[in-house]
Design a protein around this ligand. Structure first.
Ligand SMILES: [Zn+2]
Length: 500
């Protein structure tokens, strides 16, 4: 299998060499084929980040940039290399390298603003003796961005904003290359000048997918009309998705989006055998990749010429906060007893609760929320001489664990939500108290409690939230076999939470 791939690659490379001498000029499609078969060759051993194989992939891209008709200009100094260090438990390597270049815009007012077009060039290397060539993931995006850069250079006069071209390293280890670039852009006060970021990741399966997908069009103003293929004059089927929302895929847009930059994740989806040894160059749709390259070039030119602020002011919730949030909450509660067999209702007294919150974001609208709250509450009990029990009651220390499904709308990290679910409560300590201790009955509760839980709240910015929760018990608070009445607790809590 691998052998065939190599022979096929060699044949194509010879073919290209032949056609170059015969016609003097390679077509873009021929160059895309060459990049793919080079970057996804077995000889590069899966381009694992931080290894010599990874560095050789970077060298290839560097040479392509240098050999363009007009050499691509490094963004900083006279070298494209942006080395960075990152310790990670996932890899014994810790030295990585992005490549960064710039194509300067021409508008005096806009040339200090940037569009970033990037693709990660690393993949996962060799596992169990099998080479993971990563043709779709992401030799396809790397090849595409090389050719986008070449076309942009040829159209440089049309650019108003400048374009930063980037080959990211160590994406597969945790988006380290894009995070490192964002860090440098921040330290040079350039991040606010970045008006759009495109991550071209897995674009080799156009025909099978049936379209090119732009995830994040909702972050850019007028994106659907500005980036319509008809308008850009490219024959390609494009699907616009307002936001990235997959839990299972991440790409280099993330650190940019977290820094407030509008982003587009450009992809032909997950149809390829990505992250499998079968992801080889012979499966790539070169006709599709050629069109995608033309389309991204036109899109970038169009975005660079957009008058005004391209940001819609909206960012995907996925990018506004981590998928799993942990925080703490503290607040007030009031609690009363309900007696299902009686017509009266115990008066409410005051208590407090505090503890930890966990939130797991499912998508832009739904999340799962759990809390582990220490709860102190007390409520009056009816007594013979005082049916509404002002001077006679019970107090309880317990742990309450509500688990709820939250639905809400989020705008720039703030929003409102409602949640429904249930809770489990475990009594730690409880006692009756009253004016006449001698007449107090024995405290005989059921230590395990359960009930419904309803939440209503406000999320304020990225960290704070105000939560109103109603805990409605459906188990009996007391041991009815000991002659105590059926009683169920209603607790209303108002807590202020902070997510880290
Ligand atoms: Zn990838």
């Amino acid at each position: 299998m691998r052998k065939t791939v190599i022979i096929f690659a060699a044949a194509i490379l010879c073919g290209i060499a032949g056609s170059t001498s015969a016609y003097g000029q390679e077509s873009q499609r021929q160059r895309l084929v060459k990049h793919l078969y080079t970057l996804a060759a077995d000889s590069l051993q899966g381009r694992k980040a931080g290894t010599d194989d990874g560095r050789r992939a970077a060298e290839y891209i560097k040479r392509q940039w240098q050999q363009m008709d007009m050499m691509l200009k490094p963004l900083w100094g006279d070298d494209y290399s942006m080395p960075f260090e990152q310790q990670t438990p996932l890899s014994s390597q810790s030295n990585f390298c992005n490549l960064v270049a710039v194509i300067e815009g021409n508008d005096p007012a806009l040339k200090d603003e940037y569009i970033v077009v990037g693709a990660h060039y690393d993949h996962v290397g060799v596992k169990d003796g099998k080479i993971y060539n990563g043709a779709d993931d992401n030799a396809s995006g790397s090849a595409c961005v090389i050719e986008v850069a070449r076309q942009l250079l040829a159209h440089q006069k049309e650019l108003k904003r400048s374009v930063i071209i980037c080959a990211f390293d160590a994406e597969e280890l945790g988006l380290f290359g894009s995070k490192a670039l964002v860090k440098v852009l921040k330290s040079r006060n350039m991040i606010d000048k970045v008006k759009l970021m495109l991550s071209v990741d897995m674009v080799g399966w156009y025909q099978t997918n049936g379209s090119l997908v732009l995830q994040g069009s909702g972050t850019v103003k007028e994106s659907k009309s500005m980036f319509a293929p008809e308008k850009l004059g490219v024959d390609i089927n494009v699907k616009f998705k307002p936001f990235e929302n997959s839990l299972f895929t991440a790409t280099d847009t993330e650190p940019f989006a977290e820094a407030g930059v509008p982003t587009l994740a450009v992809t032909t989806g997950l149809k390829s055998p990505y992250h499998k040894p079968e992801d080889d160059a012979d499966l790539i749709d070169y006709e599709g990749l050629d069109r995608i390259t033309d389309y991204i070039t036109s899109l970038t030119i169009s975005a660079s010429r957009y008058n005004g602020e391209p940001s819609s002011g909206r960012l995907a919730a996925k990018h506004r906060s981590k998928t799993l949030d942990i925080g703490f909450a503290l607040g007030y509660n009031t609690c009363g007893l309900k007696y299902p067999d009686a017509t009266f209702y115990g008066k409410e007294y005051h208590g407090f609760q505090g503890g930890l919150m966990f939130q797991y974001k499912l998508n832009n609208f739904f999340s799962l929320r759990a809390k582990a709250m220490y709860d102190y509450s007390h409520c009056p009990l009816p007594a013979a001489d005082d049916a509404f029990g002002k001077g006679f009651g019970m107090e309880q220390h317990s742990i309450m664990v509500p688990l709820m499904l939250h639905m809400g709308i989020n705008i720039m990290g703030s929003g409102i939500y409602i949640g429904f679910g249930g809770y489990y409560g475990r009594e730690l300590k409880g006692r009756f108290y009253g004016d006449v201790p001698a007449t107090n009955p024995a405290y005989d509760s059921n230590p395990n409690q359960a009930g419904w839980a309803v939440d209503f709240g406000l999320r304020l910015g990225g960290h704070w939230q105000l939560d109103g929760t109603w805990y409605k018990q459906f188990t009996n608070l007391f041991d009815t076999s000991a002659g105590l009445p059926k009683a169920r607790k209603n607790t209303y809590a108002l807590t202020l939470g902070y997510f880290f």
